[in-house]
Design a protein around this ligand. Structure first.
Ligand code: FES
Length: 159
């Protein structure tokens, strides 16, 4: 009985050599550094929250045809921002961040099918940013949008 259980114990025991110990240490440090970079990338790609940046003018109301989302880009907080401005006619205005909610690729409006398509993994959204198919876990982020006179103003992410 004892011989058998000693054998089992020996099979499970993994000797920690210097090489293995150093390998685990280097691997752990690399993992922590990688997580830090992922966090920075997430901050970089996600739209800034409302109030984190001022409203800015991106065009005049006449520049946006009804039901034809138009991408506007600008530099905000030193980062290139992309927002689809959508004139929904009698239903008002909408601003959607152009980052896919799966892994942050830039989505494209494809007018021939009236959908936003993500080129990375096939995510598809409708004109209001709702997910129609593919891996995105949630709708496109809404950005603040205000019409002041004839000026179209956009800001950070809505809560
Ligand atoms: S990043 Fe858009 S579907 Fe994956």
């Amino acid at each position: 009985m004892d011989k058998g259980s000693d054998k089992d114990t020996d099979k499970r025991a993994v000797p920690v050599t210097r090489r293995r110990f150093l390998g685990l240490g280097v691997g752990s440090v690399a993992g922590v550094v990688a997580l830090g970079y992922v966090g920075l990338a997430f901050d970089f790609l996600n739209p800034p929250p409302a109030g984190a940046e001022p409203l800015r003018e991106v065009g005049q109301t006449g520049d946006f045809n009804v039901n034809e989302p138009r991408l506007v880009t600008y530099k905000g907080n030193g980062i290139e921002q992309g927002v689809y401005v959508i004139n929904l006619g009698a239903e008002g205005w909408l601003a959607l961040d152009f980052h896919c909610t799966h892994l942050q690729c830039a989505v494209n409006w494809v007018g021939s099918v009236n959908k936003f398509m993500c080129p990375c993994h096939g995510g598809v959204y409708d004109i209001r940013g709702h997910v129609l198919s593919g891996p995105p876990p949630r709708p496109l982020y809404h950005r603040v949008i205000k019409i002041q006179g004839n000026s179209v103003m956009v800001g950070g992410r809505q809560a």
